[in-house]
Design a protein around this ligand. Structure first.
Ligand code: AMP
Ligand code: ZN
Length: 664
């Protein structure tokens, strides 16, 4: 086989595996095997740049940086949809439609996906361009970003037309959205508001590698172009599916409005079980010929209409607004509501996000407000019922001083949140920081919980985490609910924590934006706290995955004399503020990019030792088996259900010995 043939074959294979995984949800090889093939292809392409192809599966990871998105006209305009809110609206629509065309009408019913619309052009089965909707006449060229979304085929299969546009919606399924938010909260960043805005924001990110990391999906619903070789909307969905696109199976072909109503009623209930957000149903005249006869109004097709579900909503009274101070000093306003039932739960509080939101909605205490529950966990206030506003109500004045320590709040240019700058003297910040320090992923101090931290701070026994290491048993015994034994455990647990490795100590310090992963990166790179403290901004930014924001935050942290002092004390108490000599020797990149599960009991190594080996060699330890798992290291007594799952997902299982050989 020639090099070119080898490359082609690998590309085809990898495209097929991407399709199986991301479109069909039924992978046929393990991630590990996939990664090996991908690496093989990468190596071949690197050696033979003459065979470069922008649509190779190796290009999915992104990397292209785009400063300004080019505006390009749509060959076919992207219309909006007319909305309807009741079955009577739909009956009227049918009457209007029947006046304009002859013959029976069939309808394709589809879900209305709530995300960002996209139009993708294919020529000879190759993805050539992707444009956002823009104003409908022209959109932004976001091709580089779109190519990183793995459910979008870069190359089609089957009998596709030589040139066409396909339209769909880029969405962020709830699971991925919530995970992104958990990670943001962990590093002290504000969580994203909702999946839709995050999806559309993602399309405009300048760094496509960043887009590649987001769990976006593309759901397709429309073919546009000349000579498509299809006669109906329903058929075009089926065809698109055959060519390799992800087209949700919910779409249904019906022959009467009553069946349309059934579809609506069904999904009004079952939409809550979908993995992504939907805000309605789209009803389309099925025959493309009839569609052509019906044509367009100035804004939307006459042959389609959206039916919007009513969001579950109630109105209730806003009793008061309170303000919470987080561990990073961020202020979050919270609405305290007259308790009311919504979507099966009693709602008492709703998030107000920030000052802008309160001002925008003009929310005032005493108002009757509409509360809605979307995909997010905390309900939100979407509007005020102005008809019920009391005559003497006054606009809400946002607090200017911290509710806890009365320091004047600050708000940085471009930031939505107000902050209390009293880093060292604001109680919720002090307590929050120490609670973070002792938490499981940080110093994991046994025998000490969040509540006790509050008691210790309130009793004046500690005011920062370094004080923990001077606590004595005699000091803590008088605390509420503290028996002799628990006091012993507490002191013992604190003492033991001095062995926690540097990367976790670094995470425990609670530097804003330094989450677990960043802490690992920084500890590997700088190897000790002094090198990190002395690093220049440029130097920090040069570290893999460290951006300006993190760099500034790190520098700010070490600029504080108080922090430097605390760290000096931690050193004196014997905490690990540098990576161990052994760690230094043992670090490699052999398992870079792999996600590994450890299961069972082992002969020579303990589980923790195994896990450390994986991380020292650049791999990631994951607790549960998923499609992302590269391989499993199994000892004796691996659980039967785990084994079953591994076999079902076709994930490689290796022994401790085989693993040790691998990293030798
Ligand atoms: P609107 O933005 O309210 O005018 O609604 C029109 C938008 O709905 C279109 O531009 C699409 O982005 C989106 N949409 C979502 N699902 C569908 C679907 N199944 N068919 C057509 N449009 C859809
Ligand atoms: Zn404060």
């Amino acid at each position: 086989m020639s090099i070119k043939q080898q490359i082609d074959q690998l590309r085809n294979e990898l495209n097929e595996h991407n399709y199986n995984y991301y479109v069909l949800d039924t992978p046929t090889i393990s991630d590990f095997e996939f990664d090996i093939k991908l690496k093989e292809l990468k190596d071949l392409e690197a050696k033979h740049p003459e065979f470069f192809d922008a649509n190779s599966p190796t290009q999915r990871v992104g990397g292209e940086i785009i400063k300004n998105f080019e505006t390009i006209p749509h060959e076919f305009r992207m219309y909006s949809l007319d909305n309807s809110y009741s079955k009577d609206d739909l009956k009227d629509w049918e009457i209007r439609t029947k006046k304009l065309i002859d013959g029976d009408i069939k309808y394709t019913c589809e879900l209305k996906y709530d995300g960002a619309s996209i139009s993708i052009t294919y020529e000879n089965g190759i993805l050539v361009r992707a444009l956002t909707r823009g104003d409908g006449f022209q959109g932004d060229n976001v091709t580089a970003n779109i190519k990183t979304i793995k459910s979008i085929p870069l190359k089609l299969k089957g009998d596709f037309p030589s040139k066409f546009d396909i339209r769909g919606e880029i969405v962020l399924p709830f699971e991925g959205f919530n995970k992104m938010n958990e990670e943001r909260i962990e590093i002290g960043e504000e969580p994203y508001r909702n999946p839709r805005n995050t999806a559309s924001g993602s399309l405009k990110l300048q760094d496509s590698a960043e887009v590649a990391k987001r769990p976006l999906e593309c759901l397709l619903y429309n073919l546009t172009g000349a000579n498509l070789g299809v006669k109906t909307q329903f058929e075009s969905l089926e065809k698109a599916r055959q060519w390799g696109f992800k087209v949700p199976k919910a779409a249904k072909l019906v022959s009467s409005l009553d069946e349309v109503f059934e579809f609506i009623d069904y999904w009004d209930v079952h939409r809550h079980d979908l993995p992504f957000e939907t805000d309605g149903v789209v009803i389309k005249v099925n025959s493309l010929q009839q569609q052509e006869e019906l044509g367009y109004t100035a804004k939307s097709p006459r042959w389609a209409i959206a039916y919007k579900f009513k969001a579950e909503q109630v109105s209730t009274k806003l009793n008061s607004i309170s303000y919470q101070v987080g561990r990073t000093g961020a202020i979050t306003p919270v609405a305290n509501l007259e308790p009311v039932e919504l979507a099966g739960t009693i709602v008492k509080r709703a998030s107000l996000h920030n000052a802008d939101q309160i001002e925008k909605l003009d929310i005032r205490v005493g108002d009757e407000v509409f509360v809605e529950k979307g995909g997010e966990i905390i309900p939100k206030i979407i509007a005020v019922d102005f008809s019920k506003r009391l005559p003497d109500s006054k606009p809400t004045e946002y607090i200017t001083h911290c509710p806890e320590c009365h320091t004047e709040l600050v708000r940085q240019e471009g930031e939505a949140q107000h902050y209390c700058p009293n880093y060292n003297g604001c109680k919720p910040q002090i307590i929050g920081r120490i609670q973070h320090f002792i938490s499981r992923k940080a110093m994991d101090i046994e025998g000490l919980g969040g509540e006790t931290v509050t008691l210790l701070v309130n009793a004046g026994l500690i005011s920062n985490y370094s004080d923990l290491y001077e606590l004595t048993k005699e000091q803590v015994i008088p605390l509420e609910r503290m028996a002799e034994k628990s006091a012993d455990n507490l002191i013992e647990g604190i003492k033991k924590s001095i062995n926690i490795p540097f990367e976790r100590v670094l995470y425990a310090l609670g530097i804003r934006y330094v989450g677990e992963t960043v802490a690992k990166k920084l500890s590997k790179h700088y190897k000790n706290v002094d090198a990190l403290a002395n690093a220049s901004q440029d130097d920090l930014i040069n570290v893999d995955e460290i951006g300006v924001k993190i760099a500034e935050s790190v520098q700010e942290f070490f600029k504080s004399e108080k922090n430097v002092l605390i760290i000096e004390r931690l050193k004196q108490f014997g905490l690990q503020l540098e990576i161990s000599a052994d760690q230094l020797k043992e670090q490699t990149d052999k398992l870079k990019g792999l996600s590994i599960v450890v299961s069972g009991v082992f002969e020579t190594l303990s589980r923790d030792e195994l896990k450390k080996l994986i991380e020292d060699n650049g791999g990631k330890v994951s607790s549960s088996i998923s499609l992302k798992t590269s391989f499993i290291i199994a000892g004796d007594n691996m659980g039967p259900s785990k084994r079953q799952k591994a076999e079902k997902l076709n994930i490689l299982i290796i022994s401790e010995k085989e693993f040790l050989q691998k990293i030798e």
